[in-house]
Design a protein around this ligand. Sequence first.
Ligand code: C2O
Ligand code: CU
Length: 478
Amino acid sequence: MNMITRRQFLASSAACGFASAVPSLIASGAAQAATPTLLRAESRVIEVAGRAAKVYGLVREGGQQGLALWAGDAFRVRLENALDAPTLVHWHGLTPPFGQDGVPDLPQPLLKPGESFDYAFPLETPGTHWMHAHTLQEQQLLAAPLIVSDPAEVGLDEQEVVVLLHDFSFKAPEELLAGLAGSDGSMSGHGGGHGGHGSSASGHGSGGAAMDINDIEYDAYLANDRTLDDPEVFRVDRGGSVRLRIINGATATAFWIDTGGLDGEAIAVDGNPVVPVPGRRFPLGMGQRIDIRLRVPSEDGAWPVLALREGAVQRTGFILATAGGRVERVMSAGGKASTPLDLAFEEQLRASHIPPERPAIRTHPVVLGGTMEGYVWTINGRTWDERLPLQVSAGDRVELAMRNDSMMGHPMHLHGHHFQVVEVNGRRFDGARRDTVWLPPESAVTVAFDASNPGTWAFHCHHLYHMATGMMTVVEYV
Ligand code: C2O
Ligand code: CU
C-alpha cells in the first residue's frame, strides 16, 4: 500500500486541470460492485487570452475532469447529458463491446439533453487514453483524460503528470468547417470520389499544388486549458522520476513534444508499452498519446515541456519545477518553426509486448486522398456517405495497408481494437501497438490487428475536419 499511496497524479493549481489521486485498489474494487461513476457532459467557462470562453467538459462527481480507473476493473460509468444539445462520448483507447463505443449511430443514438446512459464492460487496455465527443463538439473541448492505471506498474514512477493538449478557437466549429469548405470553391462541386472505386483509386488532389499543412487559424493552443502566458506548473521532487501522460486532444493540430533541458524516454504510445526510446523531442498526432519518463535533476530548477505545432511557430506547454525552482516566463511564440511530423520515431518504436498472432491474414488496401479545393477527404476514393466497409471475419489477422496519396498528414484511428505497426514505407518490423498512426504525405504504413471484437467499427482520420468532410469508413465483421 505504501507504494500505491506514494504514486500520485500531481495536483494542479488550475481549477480546470485533470488532477486526482489514483483511486486505491481497494476503493475501486468496492466501486465496481456499487453504482456507476457519474460523468457529466456540461458547459463551463474558461479564460483564454484574457477573454471568457464558453466550452464543454466531462466532469465526474467532485468536479474533476476526466476519469482515473484501474485495469482489471469494470468500466462502469453513467454518462449524463447536462448540455443544451444532444451529445455522446467515445472512449478513445478502450475496446468496449460493440454498442458502447460512443460513436453516434454506430449504433448508439445521441443522448438528448437530460438523458443518461449506463456503460458497463471489462477494462482490458491499461494506459493513457481519453474520451471525447465524436462530433464537432470535440472542438469545443468536450474531451478529457481517461487514465487506466496498470496495477503491475505501481511504484515505477514517483509522480505522474496528465496533460491534454487542444487547439482553441472563439469561432463555432460549424463556422470553421464552413470556412474550410468554402476556401477554394464549394463542396458541392466535388463528387467526393464518385470516380474512384475500389482499392486502386488514388483519391483526389495527389500531385496538386503544395498546401499549407496548417489549414485553420486557431486563437490559442492549450495544455490543460492554459496557454504559455500562464502555464500550469507541476511541482516535482528533486531527483525523482516523473511519468508524463500527454494526450493530443487537438482537432487539427499535430505537435512535437519537446522536453527541453530534460532527457526523456518514451515508454508507451497510445497506452501500449514500448521498448523505451530516449530523446528530447517526440511527435504526437491528433488522437495519439505518449508516455514519457523524465528524471528530475537533483538540484532545484524549473523546466518547460513544450508542445510545438508542427511546421509552425505556435506552441503551448507546461512547467515542471522543484519546490525551490524559480519558474521563469516561457516564450509563447516566436522562434523557429518546427518541422512537419515524420515517421522517424515510429520506425524506432518496438512493441514490448506482442500477443500471439492469429493465422488468417486478410489485407485491405486503404488509399487516403483528398483535396483542399472544396475540402473533400476520402478513403479509397469515397467519402463517408458512399463508404465501402472494410470487411473482416472474427478470428482473422487483418492488415490495413495504408497509403497517403494526399498532401496532408492523416492520423488514422481504428475503433474497438489496437493494432500493431508492421510496415513503414516498405520496411517490415515489429512496431508499436497503437490505436492511431500518423501517415505523412506520400507515405505508406501497414498495421495488423486481430479481428476479435465483432461489430461495425469506425475507421477514420483523427483530423476532425477531414473526418467531417468524408475521411471515415467502417471495419465491418461479416
Ligand atoms: Cu478519438 Cu473515432 O476517435
Ligand atoms: Cu486527415
